[in-house]
Design a protein. Sequence first.
Length: 424
Amino acid sequence: MDKIVIKGGKKLKGEVLISGAKNAVLPIMAAALLADGTSEIQNIPSLRDVVTMVRLLRFLGARVNHAGPTIEIQSNNHLKSIAPYNLVSTMRASVCVLGPLLGRLGYVELSLPGGCIIGSRPIDLHLKGLETLGAEITIEHGYVKARAKRGLRGADVYLGGSYGSSVLATANVMMAAVLARGTTRIESAACEPELVDLAEFLIKMGAKISGHGSHLIEIQGVDRLHGISHSIIPDRIEAGTFMVAGAMNRGSDVLVRNCVPEHSHALLDKLRQAGIIINKTKDSIRIRRNGLLRPTDVTTLPYPSFPTDLQAQMMALMAVTPGISVITEKIYPDRFIHVSELNRMGSKIFLEGSSAIVHGVKHLSGAPVMASDLRASAALVLAGLVAEGVTEVHRVYHLDRGYERIEEKLSALGASIKREKEKN
Ligand code: EPZ
């Protein structure tokens, strides 16, 4: 296993190139199963989760050629219909094969994705949506079995959940509906940019979809879909993580390139409130931190509100911002695993239900800390950038799930950061 060792206090200067979006590439790779033929997907980020999805698609019988930033996926009508526990349990996004396999084969067995450190992660909305399209669903021995003997038929599907819409449930219903007979309307659909990218991919394959990016998506079923070529959108969460990195130390000046500023409006609004100077072009954002920061309250909600995947990173910034900031987590109320580790570095953060009360401190001190959730790990790296002394972040495989060479990109910006082998 590796660890990342950071010596804090260095201001960051220069530019960083954002990679393709993890949360777009995973459902899009699953969607390629729907095509008769080969799809070529470009701008693939080098992430552990992509390798896991490649393994799953190969297990299902797709021919996958993964060469650096490009993946070719050749699908066919002889796919396996079982997604096994040993693969699905390592990555929740494996649930994305449910819709394509059911839509294409009329039958699928998927090991129930367990919970993870940020929450229980149920899939009741996924199953409700597929049942509404005519699937018969049972749960046996930890597996979901979904069958559509006479094929799926279009229907009105309401996907509203307790707090709002579900991203991957919307993805699964959309991917199941594109080959269903008739029209499907997904009401209270999620509208994250990654779902828009998925819809664009499906439309290029020959699907008839409208309304993507809004809460009402309409899909006219077609008979078949063909392989295509597509480039993944930039990762707005990686971009946001580097924007916060550029805010951590006074005197930093970071240009985040190859991003989509309109995907980051909520974060940019909070960074401006905190006193960060921001300049945007159509595909880049410049972050400058010269004065004192101001405390800023944040509440996470579905897109276009503040993303839960940037909550931990914003907390790391508020931990060194004078005053009191309140961070409320509405998507995963338990997504505060980073609080105890940040407090070990000297922050003063107190939990009150689904809110964290952050009392900004003058200094954090470097310490050995443990990575856990993907985004919590990123927050610990950000804290290490500003902490006095050395911070060692252990179990960085969590980070490698969703960040491409984060230590190299930060080092190129002037951070004193390196990856080392754990001495066992
Ligand atoms: C996607 O997960 C992202 N993952 C998550 O990013 C992200 O945090 C999440 O959306 C919210 O934005 C991918 O896209 C691969 P949800 P997803 O279904 O779709 C409840 C990261 O760090 N819910 O929107 O699984 C659920 O409990 C990851 O990159 C149900 O109740 O999230 C949670 O409270 C972490 N029933 C909320 O909805 C369901 O059937 C969000 O879940 C489904 C979800």
